[in-house]
Write a protein that binds this ligand. Structure first.
Ligand SMILES: CC(C)(COP(=O)(O)OP(=O)(O)OC[C@H]1O[C@@H](n2cnc3c(N)ncnc32)[C@H](O)[C@@H]1OP(=O)(O)O)[C@@H](O)C(=O)NCCC(=O)NCCS
Length: 175
């Protein structure tokens, strides 16, 4: 498991998500502003049942791992990691969210940088990648600040809230 290790960040730490995160997970995730540019599969409203099922899946299904972003001892966000299989086993997908009350303090830029540096330097991955919908400029800034580069623009690739947008593909490679 990647997330057996705890990684320090300025405001707290990154650690494995666990059952005790349920209350904070539901409280933060049940926010329409948070999910605005996330994939449609992210549930809304976000109920306790969603949270419980998510934490169970994370504990049992090794195809996805989740770092909880812990601030002042409580879950404040998440970084999801999806390692590739077979010929893509050196590639890891990444996704993330931070609770609204913590936005704008550089927390996610640092958390994504620390996580991806660890994956590339210590865990043998060569490439970390993710997609961002064009209007999500905050997330694009996070990726650039964490060392990612914009690799491609898939034009008119997603529909969100009734409008069609481009989808931007970012990657960070081992030096
Ligand atoms: C996007 C998100 C992860 C940013 O987290 P954060 O901790 O607030 O980001 P940071 O404070 O590290 O900010 C990084 C940069 O983005 C900028 N930024 C952050 N949110 C922004 C916004 N909504 N609009 C414009 N710029 C924004 C910051 O000003 C900063 O840039 P700067 O250093 O040049 O000033 C957070 O808003 C979030 O979780 N959003 C909802 C979920 C989501 O969109 N996840 C990503 C899906 S691809």
């Amino acid at each position: 498991m990647f997330t057996e290790l705890t990684l320090p960040i300025s405001r707290g730490r990154l650690r494995r998500a666990c059952d005790e995160d349920l209350h904070d997970l539901v409280r933060h995730a049940n926010n329409p502003k948070l999910i605005h540019w996330l994939v449609d599969a992210f549930p809304h409203p976000y109920t306790e049942a969603h949270g419980r099922a998510f934490l169970k899946r994370v504990a049992e299904d090794r195809s996805e791992e989740v770092f909880a972003i812990e601030i002042a001892g409580k879950l404040a966000g998440e970084i999801g990691l999806r390692p590739g299989q077979h010929e893509r086993r050196f590639v890891c997908g990444i996704g993330y969210w931070l609770a609204e009350e913590f936005w704008g303090h550089g927390i996610m830029s640092e958390a994504v940088r620390v996580t991806t540096d660890h994956l590339l330097s210590d865990l043998g991955f060569v490439r970390i990648e993710t997609d961002v919908y064009e209007p999500n400029v905050g997330s694009q800034r996070v990726l650039l600040k964490a060392g990612f580069q914009l690799e491609s623009r898939r034009r008119k690739a997603v529909v969100k809230h009734g409008t069609i947008y481009d989808c931007l593909h970012f990657a960070k490679l081992r030096d």
